[in-house]
Design a protein around this ligand. Structure first.
Ligand SMILES: Cc1cc2nc3c(=O)[nH]c(=O)nc-3n(C[C@H](O)[C@H](O)[C@H](O)COP(=O)(O)OP(=O)(O)OC[C@H]3O[C@@H](n4cnc5c(N)ncnc54)[C@H](O)[C@@H]3O)c2cc1C
Length: 393
């Protein structure tokens, strides 16, 4: 396995770092880059974030792997991965579902009308999407989704409820999976649609997460769109959803936030004294740090194996499941370790001036479980590893 990046790829990383340094000098930089906050800038909508995304568009960063005919650069997916790594390192918005899931699916399966309407807007950072997949009774078993799409004149009428739809409160368009054939086997009766979020039949209600992020319930009440806004073939939605996930495996879980957290842990254990000694002098702290360092390195290798497999033309389903399971639970283990080291003060919220490390670890402790649920829970990753990797029943 080759873990090294090519000179061209390394040059690109330098270019992105220079871009980030420039952006960091702007007056609204603190609103758009916050390494202490993890890479959750995607979950909020602010003028700073929109401006930052437009700057990325100007640099040609939105659509790096798209074909040239759609304004892309036809680079390998590794460039998108490298870009997201650098963005995640400083807590800036990542290139997200518009460029990835929506854009790449439209390029492969969308009509000319949908391509010409949406791709330029995605590339120019003029449009935001929410993914409407999960429902109260369909998360891990997504194919059980029930939101109904019924034929109505020249279009479709939608009714039902979605849940956990991140960005739905500010998105312009909804990437909606709905049941178009209730009689077909569950994986075969689903289609994908694009629906404007400002349709009067759509109601968005907030869900506040444990990690203080906002996600949403979405209710659809006789929402109508023209058949032109159906994506690809009727009843092929499940295939497109799965394919988009394969295309996105490069970029979903960046490694750099783990490196940043590790640096912050080092800073703390070297800088803080307890009973006249630096924390790092204590044997139990040294042992714990050694364990975490080894685990961060393991996470890096797991991620490199996803990239390597994909770069060889494979679909790294098992590698990606291992990587997702390991990195997201490692983030939790790091937070647990820091909560133990910080002692009782660790429970202080970031709004409290006395909170150690600005309350970062208390926040990570609460927000890191979310990553073990979104985009497939840890148990589902284990099932993938067991069945597809180990051939277990
Ligand atoms: C912060 C956040 C953002 C999200 N954003 C979006 C979004 O933008 N759009 C969207 O559509 N969805 C989104 N989701 C939804 C996410 O994909 C689902 O929460 C996830 O797939 C789990 O589904 P569920 O919540 O219904 O839990 P369930 O599937 O009901 O699972 C409950 C528990 O049972 C376990 N379990 C379920 N099936 C199995 C099995 N076969 N074997 C072993 N254990 C099992 C699970 O691991 C879990 O512990 C988001 C979720 C979160 C937390």
């Amino acid at each position: 396995m080759d873990f090294e990046f090519t000179p061209d790829e390394l040059l690109f990383v330098e270019e992105v770092r220079a871009f980030i340094r420039e952006q960091a000098l702007l007056p609204d930089a603190a609103d758009v880059m916050a390494p202490d906050r993890d890479s959750d800038a995607m979950l909020a909508d602010t003028p700073a974030r929109r401006r930052f995304n437009r700057e990325m568009a100007k640099r040609g960063y939105l659509g790096l792997s798209w074909p040239k005919q759609y304004g892309g650069s036809e680079k390998s997916g590794i460039y998108e991965f490298l870009l997201n790594e650098e963005l995640a390192r400083v807590g800036a918005p990542l290139i997200g579902k518009g460029v990835g899931i929506v854009g790449k699916t439209l390029i492969r399966h969308g009509s000319e009308k949908l391509k010409s309407e949406f791709l330029p807007k995605i590339r120019n950072a003029e449009i935001e999407f929410a993914l409407g997949y999960s429902e109260p009774g369909a998360g891990s078993d997504l194919a059980a989704l029930k939101v109904k799409a019924e034929r109505s004149g020249e279009g479709w009428c939608f009714n039902g409820q979605k849940t956990w739809n991140t960005s739905a409160h500010f998105a312009d368009w909804y990437w909606l999976a709905a049941r178009t054939d209730p009689l077909a086997p569950k994986h075969k009766g689903i289609s994908l649609f694009l629906v404007p979020m400002n349709h009067p039949g759509i109601t968005v209600q907030p869900i506040r997460t444990l990690g203080e992020h906002r996600t949403n319930h979405v209710f659809l009440d006789d929402v109508w769109v023209h058949d032109d806004y159906r994506v690809g073939e009727l009843n092929k939605g499940w295939t497109y959803i799965s394919e988009a996930l394969d295309l996105e495996r490069f970029t979903i879980y960046p490694f750099s936030p783990l490196e940043v957290k590790l640096e912050q842990m080092w800073k703390y254990v070297r800088g803080v004294q307890r009973n006249g000694r630096a924390l790092i002098a204590l044997p139990e702290v040294r042992r714990e740090m050694a364990r975490i360092v080894a685990q961060v390195e393991t996470a890096k290798m797991l991620q490199r194996s996803v990239i390597f497999s994909a770069s060889q033309g494979g679909v790294p389903t098992v590698e990606a499941a291992m990587c997702k399971l390991y990195t997201t639970t490692l983030s939790q283990r790091m937070a647990n370790t820091m909560m133990n080291m910080l002692g009782p003060d660790a429970l202080l919220h970031k709004s409290c001036p006395d909170a150690p490390a600005g309350g970062k670890w208390e926040w990570v402790y609460r927000s890191s479980p979310l990553d073990t649920i979104g985009a497939g829970t840890s148990e589902i990753q284990k099932n993938i590893i067991a069945r597809r990797g180990l051939g277990l029943p």
